[in-house]
Design a protein around this ligand. Structure first.
Ligand SMILES: C[S@@+](CC[C@H](N)C(=O)[O-])C[C@H]1O[C@@H](n2cnc3c(N)ncnc32)[C@H](O)[C@@H]1O
Length: 211
């Protein structure tokens, strides 16, 4: 992997390694839908429920689908084309290539889910990723869930602090505090509505909505 222009270029030969690493990393954390209340999302409507933005090969969205079995078309996976080419999702989930540095094409989804994506990027690029979601969001309905390590004023785990250093060294990225996330959100017309702190892992879920 190497960095250029705020985005990470993934050579074909790196995709398998990235995929393996992401699936392994995700399996050490609670699924987002165990921490975030999803009951209100599980009706019989036809709108898109979750867009997993930068969702890699789809391990998170597939786990959600296995648990809640939504109708085809209501879940969307997005990542780079070379990652989507290796997706593990079935046909009930729409897998599409999408560059997160460009405007979000799926409008009015209920949830735009970003799992450990922003920490790969410095503030300018993280703002661009969030800003690209804003025009797609419907006020009062659409939320962004940012699922990441949160750096607390004290008592951070060694996995959080070591990940912070790793992100800085590899990508010019960072783990962020709530006030740093709030700053990013406010710069693009969003606000943090709620924070769901996992009882068992260092990752939390920040629910963002239009300000
Ligand atoms: C740290 S991984 C997180 C993957 C997944 N969300 C998870 O939790 O396992 C970051 C993901 O962002 C994707 N990504 C990075 N830059 C991207 C871009 N410009 N457009 C689309 N996806 C991108 C990568 O391919 C990778 O799958």
């Amino acid at each position: 992997m190497h960095e250029g222009n705020h985005s990470i270029n993934i050579e074909d030969t790196d995709v398998a390694l990235l995929t393996f690493t992401m699936q392994g990393y995700s399996s050490t954390n609670d699924p987002w839908f165990e921490t975030y209340p999803v009951e209100g999302l599980l009706d019989e409507g036809e709108d898109v429920v979750v867009v997993d933005v930068g969702g890699n090969v789809g391990h998170d969205i597939l786990a959600f689908q296995k648990k809640h079995n939504l109708a085809p078309g209501r879940l969307v996976l997005q990542d780079r084309p070379e990652v989507i080419a290796n997706t593990i999702v079935d046909s009930s989930i729409k897998a599409m290539a999408h560059d997160i540095m460009t405007p979000q094409p799926i409008k009015n989804a209920r949830i735009y889910y970003l799992h450990i994506v922003l920490h790969d990027f410095p503030d300018s690029a993280a703002c661009q990723i969030l800003a690209n979601l804003v025009p797609a969001m419907q006020r009062g309905k659409s939320k962004i869930l940012v699922h990441e390590m949160v750096m607390w004023p004290q008592g951070n785990s060694s996995s959080a602090t070591s990940s912070d250093i790793l992100m800085m060294a590899m990508f010019n990225g960072t783990e962020r505090s709530i006030s740093q996330f709030r700053d990013l959100a406010e710069r693009v017309g969003l606000k943090i509505a709620q924070v769901f702190r996992s009882p068992t892992t260092p990752q939390s879920i920040l629910e963002l909505e239009l300000a």
